[in-house]
Write a protein that binds this ligand. Structure first.
Ligand SMILES: Cc1cc2nc3c(=O)[nH]c(=O)nc-3n(C[C@H](O)[C@H](O)[C@H](O)COP(=O)(O)OP(=O)(O)OC[C@H]3O[C@@H](n4cnc5c(N)ncnc54)[C@H](O)[C@@H]3O)c2cc1C
Ligand SMILES: *[C@@H]1O[C@H](CO)[C@@H](O)[C@H](O)[C@H]1NC(C)=O
Length: 410
């Protein structure tokens, strides 16, 4: 049998975390993978947590953990904004304490995933990564149209094109806009050198390895989240606030230091001082948006994953983790020998495995942002942690695959 008949052609829109994870997972199963990314350098700023559930996937795919230069995420220290008395909380489950996950620089994760996608010595054929904007998708025909009019046909199309996904629109038949959470955030990073020797920053540098979460003691809702990454050399900061201006056409991504400091002016001086540090790059503002549960994720030969299917707010630190779960799951469901005829059933299995989890996580994350009684609940709830962190996406997918094919799991 020649190569083209024993493997599937896969076209992926977007080289973010979901697109690259899926590309690697399908490449190693012997499929021919092309990825279309609109930007030469996709914007990967800030830090993300890779919690236990996502760890299963990246280890399975052979990601070099060392290259991620992670910092252990053993827990959080929570603070009320009016005092420096911290409340340390570690993971409740022994399994999560043993394998706590890491915080890493998003750029390091993206670079490592890209390395594996392109690496000649990794199993399967190197991924064909092209810089091109996709302007249309036909899920039933299995085609993508590029900005220059070129039409690409593929057996399988993955919409990994983020919150404004055009593949999602083509699957649903309408444009589902992301919903406002009423919150926006500023993001910036600092060098460790700027805080390590200053006693007013001991609440950052002392205590458990993990995040620092400061919640406003007064209305309106605001919070500052800080964590280390890049082998401890960088500190990542996300400052969240209630933003009544989100629908204003003048809403702008740029932000001045004066404006930021003013929003948190009632915070303890030691918390405010961190906002006064000169950031590594300028501060940028982001709307925190989420998608509602969608009627479906798949149609014909196409499926969506990552933020295009389940974008959510960052309160559980699980958005990118879901993207990795979904990329890993998809790879397991398409072993060598999968034929075009198998695609619809495999995509349905993928959606059954992943969509309820993404919707659950998104609902919980949005609820924790809206409802003061639920704030920080992820770290208080053994039940939530068990649902999210004890799940191994790879073995779950292998089990479903063996039910579908009648063959024992690998
Ligand atoms: C403040 C903040 C903090 C976060 N913290 C965490 C955390 O701690 N842990 C965590 O797990 N998650 C976190 N997340 C969520 C996480 O960032 C996202 O869930 C994740 O990046 C989604 O990856 P993706 O690949 O699905 O989408 P994206 O990263 O949005 O990638 C989509 C890619 O598709 C490309 N693209 C789009 N349209 C086209 C087109 N038409 N043609 C070609 N290319 C296209 C884009 O250029 C982009 O590169 C956070 C998010 C925010 C906003
Ligand atoms: C979360 O799910 C519950 C139960 O289904 C629902 O009542 C609630 O509206 C959902 N919250 C959001 C923000 O969608």
């Amino acid at each position: 049998m020649d190569k083209s008949s024993s493997s599937l052609s896969v076209a992926i829109v977007g080289a973010g975390i979901s697109g690259l994870t899926a590309a690697i997972a399908l490449r190693r199963q012997g499929h021919r993978v092309q990825v279309f990314e609109q930007f030469h350098r996709p914007l990967e700023i800030g830090s993300i947590s890779i919690q236990r559930n996502a760890y299963f996937v990246i280890k399975h795919l052979g990601v070099s953990i060392e290259n991620l230069k992670g910092v252990d995420f053993t827990g959080l220290i929570g603070f009320g904004s009016d005092n420096l008395e911290g409340n340390p909380q570690t993971w409740k489950l022994p399994e999560a304490q043993k394998d706590p996950g890491i915080f890493c620089n998003r750029k390091d994760l993206a670079d490592e995933l890209k390395r594996l996608a392109l690496e000649p010595s990794y199993p399967g054929e190197p991924v064909n990564l092209k810089i091109a904007k996709v302007v249309a998708c036909d899920p039933d025909q299995g085609t993508l149209t590029l900005f220059d009019g070129e039409v690409i046909s593929a057996d399988l199309i993955l919409g990994c094109d983020g919150i404004g996904s055009i593949v999602r629109t083509s699957i649903l038949g309408y444009n589902q806009k992301a919903l406002s959470s009423g919150h926006s955030c500023f993001r910036a990073w600092f060098e460790q050198k700027q805080v390590e020797s200053r006693s007013e920053f001991s609440w950052i540098t002392e205590g458990i390895s993990g995040g620092r979460f400061i919640f406003a003691a007064n209305e309106p809702f605001r919070a500052i989240f800080i964590n280390a990454c890049d082998d401890g050399k960088l500190w990542n900061l996300v400052a969240i606030y209630t933003d009544d201006n989100q629908d204003n056409p003048e809403w702008s991504q740029s932000a001045t230091k004066e404006e930021i400091v003013d929003i948190y002016k009632d915070f303890h001086p030691n918390f405010r001082k961190v906002l006064e540090l000169p950031p590594g790059d300028s501060y940028l503002r982001w709307k925190l948006l989420s998608l509602p549960p969608l009627p479906t994720w798949t149609r014909g030969r196409a499926v969506i994953l990552g933020d295009s299917g389940g974008a959510t707010t960052p309160y559980l630190g699980q958005g990118a983790a879901m993207a990795m779960e979904e990329g890993g799951t998809l790879g397991e469901l398409f072993p060598p020998g999968t034929t075009v005829k198998d695609i619809p059933a495999r995509l349905n299995a993928f959606v059954s495995l992943c969509k309820p989890r993404a919707e659950f996580v998104s609902n919980e994350s949005v609820e924790q942002g809206i409802d003061p009684s639920k704030r920080g609940r992820y770290f208080r709830s053994e039940e939530l942690q068990a649902y999210i962190l004890l799940y191994d996406p790879i073995s779950a997918a292998q089990k479903v695959l063996s039910e579908l094919t009648g063959e024992p799991t690998a």
